[in-house]
Design a protein around this ligand. Sequence first.
Ligand SMILES: Cc1cc2nc3c(=O)[nH]c(=O)nc-3n(C[C@H](O)[C@H](O)[C@H](O)COP(=O)(O)O)c2cc1C
Length: 176
Amino acid sequence: MTRVVAISGSRRTESTTRTALRVALDAAADAGAETALIDLGTVDLPLYHPDEDEQGDSERLRRRVREADGVLAGTPVYRGSYSSTFKNFHDFCGSEEYEYTAVGLLATAGGGSYGGTLEHLRSTFRNVHAWTVPHEVGIRNASSVVDDGRITDDDIRQRTERLGRVVVEHAERLRR
Ligand SMILES: Cc1cc2nc3c(=O)[nH]c(=O)nc-3n(C[C@H](O)[C@H](O)[C@H](O)COP(=O)(O)O)c2cc1C
């Protein structure tokens, strides 16, 4: 079965990023994938240290990404880029984890601008040989369209669901 893992780069308890990723994951599950969520707000992952082979949950999390055929990567927009929480996880994983993996990108913004964040995600995932899919989701004014565990704006919800389906479709193609 095709495996899809979502990685949420927010530490907020009421994270809009995590909610949006769950919407995409549910669509991936409906498309036939086995799904799981890595909530970086709840894992034990110290600041990456290049002298350490493994830290906290790092090996367990790397294995989950390595075994996934598709990844849904989501982050809040912080200072026009992705969060430090997301970057820290990024430093633990490389091409060993992402080669032949379809990756769908999602960013949530407090204001109106998420383009730079998606661009930074795209280029850094490509750097580790991930196959980023062309369909991407940016959610502006996230707190006004993500509420109570769901996306209230129909257009954004449909785009987010489509992201889950597109990742499954490409993950199936890349499976070896
Ligand atoms: C440190 C920090 C920096 C932020 N920088 C931006 C920014 O540059 N542009 C923007 O639109 N929103 C910015 N925001 C707002 C978040 O992107 C927004 O609230 C997001 O939806 C939070 O996602 P979450 O609910 O998953 O934590 C920032 C928030 C924080 C805490």
